[in-house]
Design a binder for this molecule. Structure first.
Ligand SMILES: [Zn+2]
Length: 259
């Protein structure tokens, strides 16, 4: 069993109700943090969780709504006396980006009591401990020609894609979409998943409805909610549920659920 803690459920624009992306998976008192776009430490504390229990951080991609909260997370862990090392996982370029953040925000490694490490995903990366297993897959977010041109011009020094995750524990499998170009990015990883946490920042309701109608998904959580739908949870749920047999939930900040 794991608990899912939704810390930030907005897409690119945070709203009065929703902070930028952050989701924690809690297993055996360890927290695995997926994205750190908003004030995840404050949100964890509101949920009576200690950020020092974060075991690993997984960044889907380096947009601010997914990684903009990293400096204050590092500072929180430094000032609260963390001693256990912490690894931030992310796409190619993550090591350099974290070092730049440490420089920009005057939080160099020398002042921490813990070692901050980075690991960059490749196709074979696996995070695995005695409790849980994460595997990573690329989505096509930011992989179109326009973004390739911008990458060539500015040298973002990073994979112009996002990553999603397959999370496995106790014989169960969860798919966490990350940011998508299209729901079809998920098709290869759907078999055996009992829960799909699907972003709703780049996907319109009709596309999502078509996708859910075609695939056998027992349970769906809509996350990363576009600001146009910020106060329309019930309407969104009805749109998706109309032709979908599985269970549908619309994520909101500070929601905790179990699987
Ligand atoms: Zn996003």
């Amino acid at each position: 069993m794991v608990e899912l803690l939704f810390l930030g459920t907005s897409a690119g624009i945070p709203t009065a109700k929703r902070h930028s992306s952050g989701t924690a998976i809690k297993k055996d008192d360890k927290l695995y943090l997926i994205d750190c776009g908003g004030p995840v430490c404050s949100q964890l504390k509101k949920m009576n969780e200690d950020p020092k229990n974060i075991e690993a951080v997984f960044i889907t991609h380096w947009h601010p709504d997914h990684a903009g909260g990293l400096p204050i997370l590092i500072q929180d862990l430094q000032l609260s006396g963390r001693t256990k090392s912490l690894t931030i996982y992310g796409p190619k370029g993550t090591d350099r980006k974290v070092k730049l953040l440490q420089n920009i925000f005057i939080i160099p490694q020398e002042i921490y009591n813990f070692e901050l490490k980075t690991k960059e995903y490749d196709e074979k990366t696996v995070y695995s401990d005695e409790s849980i297993d994460f595997r990573f897959f690329k989505t096509r977010h930011l992989s179109d020609d326009y973004w390739k041109q911008l990458d060539a011009k500015h040298n973002f020094e990073i994979d112009p894609v996002a990553y999603g995750f397959m999370v496995q524990f106790d014989g169960k499998k969860i798919v966490f979409s990350g940011d998508l170009l299209n729901s079809d990015d998920l098709i290869p990883v759907l078999p055996g998943a009992e829960l799909v946490i699907h972003e709703f920042g780049h996907i319109n309701p009709n596309l999502l409805r078509t996708f859910t109608r075609k695939h056998d998904i027992p349970k769906l959580i809509i996350n990363h909610i576009h600001h146009d739908w910020d106060s329309r949870d019930q309407e969104l749920k009805e749109v998706i549920s109309a032709e979908f047999q599985g269970e549908v939930h619309i994520a909101h900040d500070l929601w905790r659920t179990t699987i």
